[in-house]
Design a protein around this ligand. Structure first.
Ligand code: F1P
Length: 352
């Protein structure tokens, strides 16, 4: 019996269109977004989510602070829910909740508690504009919908990427930065190129059963995406995988590096030299290296390189690291005879 093509492959392969759709929705909300910041002198923005969307919150906070200069943090939704006193400060705070489903219990409860306690507006980024969280945002805040991010699979791929672009577009509109928003508009073209030209490399690494340990290294703007791609490897292929800030990897975890290790470097431009040095050291310890960067300069030592050549900033290109790494996890699941659409023990939404 031929195995059906997993929804996950289709969802990964069509994601650039979903990125463009999400950005268009955000741009359509420009007036409401700018009015929100005019009415409130927000001194801090806290992004929250769970699982993949917690990692998205980390990436979104980095981009938001870099683009707007307003202090921003990413937290798992359970933290402000369980420890509000040490999650929120005295500053005028905007809460941004990120949730593919818009139904995750921790996130809904955290939003309701925040709005009740501070009678403040909330921004929601979701793929489901009729969800519970979307309704919370419609009471006094703004809802950003990544409709084409909706997916059959439990593991987030197209949804994560399109909501990340939405969060970056949100930052660009708060700052009213035309160049930054324009750089986001160029991402889908590069995304389609990656899906055409680098799918073979992703498949070759995914089907390499000689690889048993996976480490995803990312710093600053790329740590959240490193965590997300680590999670894809776990959810889809049940593989041992971890994520670290680049230089943190030297402080202990590198003891795990052996001949069956893949170290994936999500290289920034801002800390390129220091990050490449870590990859060189891990290659000398026997690891296979996959280096992803915007430019291929200085990556000659590595056999597996993906260079986006997008010309975008460290704070705009986050989604470009996703397609190859999502495909690698998906192909590894298929090579192990697993269904990437249905990760073990997982449901699409965690309802408590
Ligand atoms: C959050 C989440 C996902 C995870 C799994 C269970 O969902 O934890 O990140 O991959 O699907 O739910 P959501 O709040 O983003 O809908």
């Amino acid at each position: 019996m031929t195995k059906r093509r997993p929804h996950t492959l289709q969802e990964i392969s069509t994601q650039p269109t979903a990125w463009a759709d999400a950005l268009a929705d955000v741009k359509g909300k420009a007036e409401a977004i700018q009015a929100l910041f005019t009415q409130h002198g927000f001194q801090e923005v806290i992004f929250i989510g769970c699982g993949s969307t917690y990692y998205l919150a980390l990436a979104a906070a980095q981009a938001f602070q870099a683009v707007t200069g307003i202090r921003a943090r990413g937290l798992p939704a359970s933290e402000p829910l369980l420890f509000p006193k040490t999650s929120y400060g005295p500053l005028e705070t905007l809460l941004v909740a990120v949730s593919r489903s818009g139904e995750t219990t921790e996130t809904v409860r955290a939003v309701r508690a925040f709005c009740a306690e501070r009678s403040a507006p909330v921004v929601v980024i979701t793929c489901y504009p009729r969800s519970t969280l979307a309704r919370e945002a419609s009471k006094s805040g703004v809802m950003l919908a990544a409709r084409q991010g909706q997916e059959e699979s439990v593991a987030q791929t197209r949804s994560f990427a399109s909501m990340l672009v939405a969060a970056q577009g949100f930052a660009g509109l708060v700052k009213d930065s035309v160049p930054y928003v324009k750089s986001l508009e160029g991402l889908p073209l590069v995304g389609n190129w990656l899906l055409q030209e680098k799918a073979g490399l992703a498949r070759q690494l995914g089907e390499n059963m000689g690889l048993e340990r996976f480490f995803f290294l990312g710093s600053g703007p790329n740590y959240g995406v490193a965590c997300e791609t680590m999670l894809k490897m776990k959810e889809m292929s049940l593989s041992y995988s971890e994520a670290y800030h680049f230089l943190e990897f030297r402080h202990g975890p590198k003891s795990m590096v052996n001949e069956s290790t893949l170290v994936v470097g999500l290289i920034s431009e801002g800390a390129r030299e220091q990050e490449i040095a870590v990859l060189r050291e891990m290659q000398a310890l026997g690891a296979t290296i996959l280096a992803l960067a915007d430019s291929e300069f200085g990556l000659e030592d590595f056999a597996q390189v993906v260079a986006f050549k997008s010309g975008t900033s460290d704070w705009a290109r986050g989604v470009l690291y996703l397609p190859v790494l999502q495909l690698m996890a998906c192909y590894r699941a298929m090579a192990k005879g697993l269904d990437p659409d249905r990760p073990t023990h997982l449901d699409a939404v965690v309802r408590l």
